[in-house]
Ligand binder design. Structure first.
Ligand SMILES: CC(C)(COP(=O)(O)OP(=O)(O)OC[C@H]1O[C@@H](n2cnc3c(N)ncnc32)[C@H](O)[C@@H]1OP(=O)(O)O)[C@@H](O)C(=O)NCCC(=O)NCCS
Length: 185
C-alpha cells in the first residue's frame, strides 16, 4: 500500500497526488462514468485537474481521497466528504470508480463504509447525506447496503439524455451507524 489513509479489506484510500491527474482526467471525460455524476458534465483537462488536486487539500470543507486496490495498488477512482458543516455536524458523500472494469466488485460498498465510518468516528459528524439519480441502481444498492436510507425525492431534478429524472436524497445518521455496528458485533 502506498500512503494509505483509510484501509479496508479489498481497497484502501489515499491522498491524491499531482501524478494521479493523467489517470483521473480520461475518467472524468468518459460519459459512461459521468452519466451518474453531478458535477462532471463539462470537459476536464489536465491543468484543471491539477488545480483541483492542489486546492482541495487546502479546503476545510472537503476530505478527498483516491481509491486504490490493495492487491495491485492501482488507483481506480476517488471519493470524498464535502460541504463539511461543523455547526450542524453533517457532510455530503461522493464517490466515483472511473475504471469501469472494477464496477460491481464490492469496492464501492467498502469505500462508502470506510468514509462513513471516518465521518462518524473521526470527524464526529452526525449525518452523512448524498444525492443519487433514480437510474443509478448500482449506487443506490451500494448505499443501502451500508445503511443509507431514502429520505426524499427531488422531482425532475436531473436532465440527462433528453429527459428529466428524479434525484433521490439518501442519508445515514450517527445513531443508525452505531446501531448497525452493534448488530454486527
Ligand atoms: C456507483 C458505484 C460507486 C458503486 O460501486 P461498485 O463497486 O460498482 O458497487 P458494489 O459492487 O459495491 O455494489 C453494487 C451493488 O449493486 C448491485 N447492482 C449492480 N447493478 C445493478 C442494477 N443494475 N440494479 C440493481 N442493483 C445492481 C450489485 O449486485 C451490488 O449489490 P449486491 O452486493 O447486493 O449484489 C460505482 O459503480 C461507480 O463509481 N459508478 C460510476 C459513478 C457513480 O455512479 N458514482 C456515484 C454517484 S451517486
Amino acid at each position: 500500500m502506498k500512503n494509505p489513509f483509510l484501509s479496508g479489506t479489498k481497497v484502501y484510500l489515499r491522498p491524491l497526488e499531482r501524478e494521479d491527474a493523467p489517470l483521473l482526467v480520461p475518467w472524468i471525460n468518459d460519459a459512461e462514468v459521468t452519466r451518474t455524476l453531478e458535477v462532471f458534465y463539462r470537459p476536464m483537462n489536465l491543468q484543471t485537474e491539477l488545480e483541483f488536486i492542489e486546492n482541495i487539500y487546502k479546503s476545510e470543507h472537503d476530505v478527498v481521497l483516491g481509491i486504490a486496490v490493495k492487491q495491485t495498488d492501482a488507483l481506480i477512482g476517488a471519493t470524498g466528504l464535502h460541504r463539511l458543516d461543523g455547526k450542524n455536524r453533517r457532510a455530503s458523500f461522493g464517490i466515483f470508480i472511473g475504471e469501469k472494469a472494477e464496477w460491481g466488485k464490492g469496492y464501492g460498498t467498502e469505500v462508502t463504509t470506510l468514509m462513513t465510518g471516518y465521518a462518524f468516528e473521526t470527524l464526529n459528524l452526525n449525518r452523512v447525506w448524498l444525492h443519487v439519480y433514480e437510474y443509478n441502481e448500482r449506487g443506490i444498492r451500494a448505499y443501502e447496503k451500508v445503511g443509507f436510507t431514502r429520505e426524499g425525492v427531488l422531482r425532475q431534478d436531473r436532465y440527462h439524455e433528453g429527459r428529466y429524472w428524479d434525484t433521490i436524497t439518501m442519508a445515514i445518521l450517527r445513531e443508525e451507524w452505531e446501531a448497525r455496528k452493534r448488530q454486527v458485533r
